[in-house]
Design a protein around this ligand. Structure first.
Ligand SMILES: Cc1cc2nc3c(=O)[nH]c(=O)nc-3n(C[C@H](O)[C@H](O)[C@H](O)COP(=O)(O)O)c2cc1C
Length: 200
């Protein structure tokens, strides 16, 4: 889709039993279990293209992506180690770094709010979250499994500096992408009747 496509009619939705079934069994992977094959560069580009097709109030596009291969993540995990030692619960802080390095490819989604009189920052954060989910769906459509992780280093100023995440920006998620060797197990799901109000 380019500027030349603006104003073109897009197809109306038609029922898709396949998409419905995929959504019915969608499940995240444990980050440590994501293994090769991961997406190729062309597949990552496709995932970003599909993922960025996300609702966003005011067309601000208040997010950016950093594609992290294994070397970049190994270097980051090493640089984070001394910071992990300063966290409350240093052992766990160190241990969760293994989630950062396991998958073949990771897309770091950074929420980068744009100055706006019209669109509250909260809505820009919501849009960044929606991008993360859309990236997960896009990766799933290409046959990959994903894990959306934040962990302590998404909230530590020094860690954010290591990732070139500026003041005012926030980590929306590290979306780890790869393949599973075992089918995922179901987890508890909400009681929809308890959280849904119907009003005529
Ligand atoms: C914003 C956000 C941050 C998350 N951060 C973590 C995390 O740091 N560590 C973790 O184990 N799971 C984290 N999760 C949870 C997993 O990504 C995943 O959603 C969950 O474990 C399984 O749910 P699912 O199978 O329905 O996707 C996070 C989820 C969201 C939405």
């Amino acid at each position: 889709m380019t500027d030349a496509d603006l104003g073109l009619s897009l197809p109306l939705p038609v029922p898709s039993a396949e998409l419905e079934q995929r959504l019915a069994v969608r499940r995240s992977a444990p980050a440590q279990s994501l293994t090769a094959p991961g997406p190729s560069r062309a597949q990552v580009e496709r995932i970003l293209h599909l993922g960025a097709r996300t609702p966003d109030h005011g067309k601000l596009f208040p997010w950016r992506f950093v594609v992290l291969g294994p070397t970049a993540r190994a270097d980051l995990a090493e640089a984070l180690l001394p910071l992990a030692d300063r966290q409350p619960g240093a052992d766990k802080a160190r241990k969760v770094l293994s989630k950062l390095t396991a998958a073949p490819v990771t897309i770091l989604v950074v929420c980068s709010p744009v100055e706006s009189q019209k669109v509250p920052v909260w809505e820009q954060h919501l849009s960044a979250g929606a991008v993360c989910m859309n990236i997960e769906h896009a990766a799933g459509a290409l046959g990959f499994s994903t894990s959306w992780i934040t962990d302590w280093y998404s909230y530590d100023r020094e860690a954010l500096d290591l990732m070139d995440i500026r003041e005012g920006e926030q980590v929306a998620g590290f979306i780890h992408i790869g393949s599973l060797t075992e089918p995922p197990l179901e987890r508890p799901r909400p009681d929809l009747a308890a959280i849904t109000t119907w009003r005529d």
